[in-house]
Design a binder for this molecule. Structure first.
Ligand code: S3P
Length: 430
């Protein structure tokens, strides 16, 4: 149990936002299956990305990691070896799903396992299309839940209409397709994050993106020996963007935040709610753009959030819900069913924990409704339920609690994506 800092008068200063989680996973995965030695700078040292490193070491890849600097001695797509132990992904859905795609085409047997939360997350969205491509996959509930075992087989590429806009599904299928015969075509209902596509290009692969469709020809080689700089994670920056907007008299700078358009829905939302985000030092290094963001306390009003924007801010909904408690009027979040299958059912955990703090928030079938009007928040005992983003949202909520103490159970979950979150937060409190 951790006592959170409450009743903060202002936030000032700057922080270096840690590396992007999605890009860090992919940097290790793609350099492992590329030729040559690839170096990665500003790697996220969170538990999820360390799980990816552990899994690839078990597949025979030599990886040196010193803090945020990682060197991967690539084995090429045909150089991985059969693991003698299960591949433990910990809490990481991205590691689990992307590895299933890669392993589907490898000429050996492997087993993917994870923690309690992973064992409840649906894998059929990946294993079903992989089976259509010829994969030999077994697991609980017809390969919906881990442990999942994979006996590599020949892969044939297909045209697939994904029922969900999910970068994990798209990336898993692309990793299988790299090893398959023919052309893979994936259509999504809305465009999900495109870090895989960008990184494949950086490794010399040909991939075509048109609207919500990607096309990739099989039997391609990834040419490594490159240097990857991982930008700061906008999903981590989001907690501080919201903190600066809602704590009075605040002004902060968030350094080198990744601004890939498939991830910046949070910025569109805060601007629609009436805030302004200022940019400095815009730059592009490799395939991903980034900039420093300057955010200050702002007056906000409620809006409706739904439709095509959802994949661009899906991980930010918990913190946007908190932001909405500070806005004038009502905010409606809809089309957010995907939140039910994240690390927790995030519709339920956001509503239950913010209600404990006094927020006026109601669960709906596909999201939530928040009546803002600066409803005062009060102290309570709250729980992350092992979900890093729920834990960080509650730590930001505590900053504006004027009366009572806020105690957070399972605060350690935050290290999944932001191990130095509390240090960064205290640096901003004068
Ligand atoms: C991720 C994709 C998203 C996101 C997750 C990371 C990725 O999941 O929620 O935190 O790195 O591809 P879905 O693709 O399932 O929406």
């Amino acid at each position: 149990m951790k006592e959170l800092v409450t009743n903060v008068k202002n936030l000032r200063g700057e922080i270096d936002i840690p590396g992007d989680k999605s890009i860090s996973h992919r940097a290790v995965m793609f350099s492992s299956i590329a030729t040559g030695t690839t170096t990665v700078e500003n790697f996220l040292e969170g538990e999820d990305c360390l799980s990816t490193i552990h899994c690839f070491r078990k597949l025979g890849v030599e990886i040196d990691q010193k803090g945020t600097e990682v060197t991967v001695h690539g084995k090429g797509l045909k150089g991985l070896v059969e693991p003698t132990e299960v591949l433990d992904v910990g809490n990481s859905g991205t590691t689990a799903r992307l590895m299933m795609g890669l392993l589907a085409g490898q000429p050996f047997h492997s087993v993917v396992v994870g923690d309690e939360s992973i064992a409840k997350r649906p894998m059929k969205r990946v294993t079903d299309p992989l089976r259509k491509m010829g994969a030999n996959i077994h697991g609980r509930a017809d390969a919906n839940y881990t442990p999942i075992s994979i006996s590599g087989s020949d892969i044939s590429n297909i045209e697939f209409h994904s029922p969900v806009a999910s970068a994990q599904v798209k990336s898993a299928l692309l990793l299988a397709a790299l090893q398959g015969e023919g052309e893979m075509v994936i259509h999504e209902p809305a465009k999900s994050r495109d870090h895989t596509e960008r990184m494949l290009q950086a490794f010399g692969c040909e991939i075509e993106e048109t609207g919500n469709t990607v096309r990739l020809k099989g039997n391609q080689t990834l040419t490594g020996g490159i240097h990857i700089t991982v930008p700061g994670d906008i999903s981590s920056a989001a907690f501080f963007i919201v903190a600066a907007l809602i704590v009075p008299n605040s002004k902060i700078t968030l350094k080198k935040v990744g601004l890939n358009k498939t991830r910046t829905g949070i910025i569109d939302v805060v601007e629609q709610m009436g805030a302004t985000v200022f940019y400095e030092n815009k730059n592009v290094e490799g395939p991903e753009p980034y900039a420093d963001l300057i955010v200050e306390t702002s007056e906000l009003h409620g809006i409706v959030i739904g439709g095509e924007i959802m994949p661009r801010l899906i991980d930010e909904i918990p913190i946007i819900a908190l932001l909405a408690t500070r806005a004038k009027g009502t905010t409606v979040i809809k089309d957010a069913e995907e939140l039910k299958v994240k690390e927790t059912n995030r519709i339920r955990t956001v509503v239950s924990e913010l209600t404990k703090l006094g927020a006026n928030i109601t669960e709906t079938d596909d999201g939530m409704v928040i009546v803002g009007n600066n409803t005062p928040l009060h102290g309570a005992e709250v729980n992350s339920y092992g979900d890093h983003r729920i834990g960080m949202m509650l730590a930001v909520a505590a900053l504006i609690v004027e009366e009572g103490e806020v105690l957070l159970q399972n605060s350690e979950a935050i290290s999944v994506s932001y191990p130095n979150f509390f240090d960064h937060l205290s640096n901003l409190i004068s």
